[in-house]
Design a protein around this ligand. Structure first.
Ligand code: SAH
Length: 342
């Protein structure tokens, strides 16, 4: 079976040619896919015969809403989607002044093992397909009835650990006959897989890269992020500098503030030192409590911000959206898993 929503328009065109169909059918079908049809029957300008043939040879993915929570505070919507094989993933819809933003997942679970993150607690189950990533944007837009203009790859999973899929997803979502979302409206967040950051740089995409730094020293970072045990902070920062030089795109460094772990003044000083010459800015994230984790939110966010700013670093503090609906990564999926397991 062909996973039709994971194909580019060019591949679809070739596929139709191979089937002895005219090439323009590809564009017709591509457009239907991005209107969010859930069956081939709905493709009303195709012949019955062709619709039947597509049904027999292609998979048309369409996730089902397993749970949906709407924040009473700020209108954030959190979706738990059930995929074709019964696995669940999360997508969050957020309203910002600069446009509606959707935060999507790229894997079912995660194998990176960060100590503060709910997504990784039960490991990785599988990678998502490009089509399943597209579906999150598409069906969130359809279900919410709100246009989506920005995408952040900051949901469940590590995007650079599912590299080819993510690149293909970017190509699809960017396509003028699809959702036509510009690269400058897309952010990709990584825990810092250096070889993959170098590989991404070669594509020269205009997206925003966010690096989850979370600590400026190897001792602390290795404690909370296993990925740091093989590649230390220095090599990560060299890679980031190289990324900036190659692409001209400034990197945003994410820093989740954890009580007594990474929130002291000396760490702010060292962080500022690390960022010299990188052009990057820091996004401080108030830690979201994860029930299974002993790590607690820092009470020093403002002080840490001031200290960084005193060194000339640009700092933003992430606004908490949907805090009444478990809106941060992996929390809703965890909750559903706990409840399903009794
Ligand atoms: N795997 C990617 C993207 C997914 S997580 C990455 O590591 O960047 C998106 C961001 O949320 C990351 O910066 C991640 O470290 C952060 N995060 C995860 N759990 C968190 C929590 N409990 N509180 C605050 N931020 C968290």
């Amino acid at each position: 079976m062909v996973d039709i929503k994971s194909m580019t328009l060019e591949e679809l065109t070739q596929w139709f040619k191979d089937q002895g169909e005219p090439a323009f059918r590809a564009k017709q079908v591509f457009r239907w896919l991005y209107r969010g049809v859930t069956s081939f029957e709905e493709m009303s300008d195709l012949s019955k015969g062709l619709r039947q043939k597509l049904k027999e040879t292609c998979i048309l993915t369409a996730p089902k809403v397993a749970r949906k929570q709407v924040s009473q505070l700020d209108g954030t919507i959190k979706y738990l989607w059930e995929l074709g094989d019964g696995n669940c993933i999360e997508t969050v819809f957020m309203r910002y002044k600069h446009g509606n933003t959707v935060c999507i997942s790229c894997q079912v679970g995660c194998r990176m093992g960060c100590a503060f993150c709910a997504s990784t607690l039960a490991g990785k189950v599988r990678d998502l397909t490009p089509g399943e990533m597209v579906d999150q944007v598409l069906f969130t837009q359809l279900d919410s009835g709100e246009p989506i203009s920005n995408i952040v790859l900051m949901g469940i999973g590590e995007p650079l650990d599912n590299f080819d899929t993510v690149i293909r997803f970017l190509t699809l979502i960017n396509h003028p006959d699809g959702m036509n979302i510009g690269m400058r409206h897309i952010s990709l967040s990584t825990c810092g897989l250096v070889e993959k950051i170098d590989k991404l740089a070669e594509y020269g995409l205009q997206l925003t890269l966010s690096v989850s730094l979370h600590a400026p020293d190897d001792e602390t970072r290795s404690k909370i992020m296993p990925v740091n045990r093989s590649v230390g902070v220095d090599r990560l920062m060299d890679t980031c500098r190289r990324y900036f030089q190659t692409t001209g795109r400034r990197i945003s460094y994410e820093y989740a503030m954890i009580d007594g772990v990474n929130d002291s003044d000396w760490q702010a000083d060292r962080l500022a030192h690390l960022l010299k010459g990188t052009g990057g800015h820091v996004n401080l994230i108030p830690l979201n409590n994860v029930e299974e984790s002993p790590l607690k939110p820092s009470r020093r966010v403002a002080a840490f911000q001031k200290r960084l700013e005193s060194h000339g670093v640009t700092v933003t503090v992430r606004r908490r959206l949907g805090s009444d609906i478990d809106a941060s990564c992996g929390q809703l999926r965890r909750k559903a898993m706990r409840q399903d397991n009794g």
